[in-house]
Design a protein around this ligand. Structure first.
Ligand code: GDD
Ligand code: MN
Length: 352
């Protein structure tokens, strides 16, 4: 089994020698190659890499026409001749000594083995609490928006190993920098495993992933939601919800006007009928391909989602009113929150 270690670089000259030396000791006795994809670094990383190729099995790609982390990794996949690919950063935040463990997982049947900061035993060195919070919040967002990766604790890691077949025929988008997330959505794989590691400190140089990172990440998640058809579901769910408003109002009117029911009490059956209307359309349309739970369970869960949404709506409403926000504006925020909560509970639980 030949291993190709793919390393995107941009101004990593001062890390290169130690990196290659440590990879070489970690992979002693194995058939391997290192592919360095450098975007014409001003510090001439590519030049040093070429020099070091006399000592280590390094292939250097110096790109002058293209730029970007994800596209560099994809280029690496194209140039690689191994059966297993390892992707890692050049700045030694990913310890080369962990590579054998990732490879063992693949040898034992995993299609993708992720070096993970967020499984038991993994950690991040020297991050302020708010950095961790942003990182974990971003990951949570991705996992909620993309049910396919919801069980993966660190789907944005830049340190992973995979079988060639996983990416060989996948239509990976070269935009962005979360290449692993792209692979986990579009790749061909069954088994994913996470191996804990400590995301260390950058040895030399500085991080390239600065400004607008979060915005770009959200855009990436949005693109993948579209690819997955999750955005279509969200739109369908919204339309169904609107139809429910009509049903609710219609029955309320009929009960009060034609049957002479009490206005306060008539609201209850009108709401239940709207819930049943929404359930039916969501079951037949929005989530029609996802009927793993029996009907009675889906029905109960749908009601639980509705109830949870109502509670959330009220809490947000009351909270904002107490903070001095206008009550009608507060209610809009409450409705929006309720909508998101109901969609997520239904997507992940009712039709999960
Ligand atoms: N060829 C190329 N082109 N390489 C790049 C580019 C680029 O445009 N931008 C960054 N790199 C290389 C860097 O030289 C480094 O080897 C690696 O990609 C990671 O870049 P860093 O700038 O060190 O990223 P980071 O430490 O902020 O982020 C890392 O951790 C994230 C998780 O917190 C990366 O591994 C991310 O992929 C990962 O999501
Ligand atoms: Mn880094």
């Amino acid at each position: 089994m030949k291993v190709s270690v793919i390393i995107p670089t941009y101004n990593e000259r001062d890390n290169l020698e130690e990196l290659l030396q440590r990879i070489d000791s970690a992979l002693k006795g194995r058939d391997y190659e290192i592919i360095i994809v450098d975007d014409d670094s001003p510090d001439r990383t590519w030049e040093l890499a070429q020099k070091l190729s006399e000592k280590y099995p390094v292939k250097v790609i110096r790109r002058t026409e293209e730029k970007g982390l994800s596209s560099a990794v994809i280029r690496g996949f194209k140039e690689a001749s191994g059966d297993v690919f390892v992707v890692m950063d050049a700045d030694l935040q990913h310890p080369p000594e962990k590579i054998p463990e990732l490879l063992e997982r693949v040898e034992n049947g995993a299609d993708v083995a992720i070096g993970s900061r967020y499984v038991k035993g993994g950690k991040v060195e020297n991050w302020y609490w708010y950095r961790k919070l942003i990182s974990k919040g971003a990951i949570l967002l991705g996992r909620l928006a993309l049910p396919k990766i919801r069980d993966i604790k660190d789907p944005v890691s830049g340190f992973f190993a995979l079988r060639r077949e996983v990416v060989e025929n996948a239509q990976l988008n070269p935009i962005g920098f979360k290449i692993l997330m792209e692979i986990l959505i579009k790749g061909n794989y069954e088994r994913v495993e996470e191996v804990p590691f400590t995301f260390g400190l950058r040895r030399a140089g500085e991080s390239k992933l600065g400004g607008k990172t979060i915005l770009k990440y959200i855009k990436h998640v949005y693109r993948l939601m579209r690819w997955e058809g999750e955005l279509d579901r969200l739109i369908k769910f919204t339309l169904v919800g609107l139809s429910g408003v009509l049903v609710n109002e219609g029955f309320l009117y009929a009960f009060v006007r034609f049957l002479g029911w009490d206005k306060i009490l008539a609201n209850i059956p009108a709401t239940e009928l709207a819930i049943l209307n929404n359930f039916t359309w969501n079951d037949l349309w929005t989530f029609r391909d996802l009927k793993r739970n029996p009907l009675w369970k889906r029905l109960i869960n749908f009601h639980i989602a509705a109830l949870t949404g109502a509670v959330v709506q009220w809490i947000i409403y009351a909270g904002l009113v107490l903070l001095g926000v206008h009550y009608l504006i507060s209610n809009l925020f409450g409705i929006a929150a309720s909508f998101i909560v109901r969609f997520l509970v239904n997507r992940h639980v009712t039709w999960g």
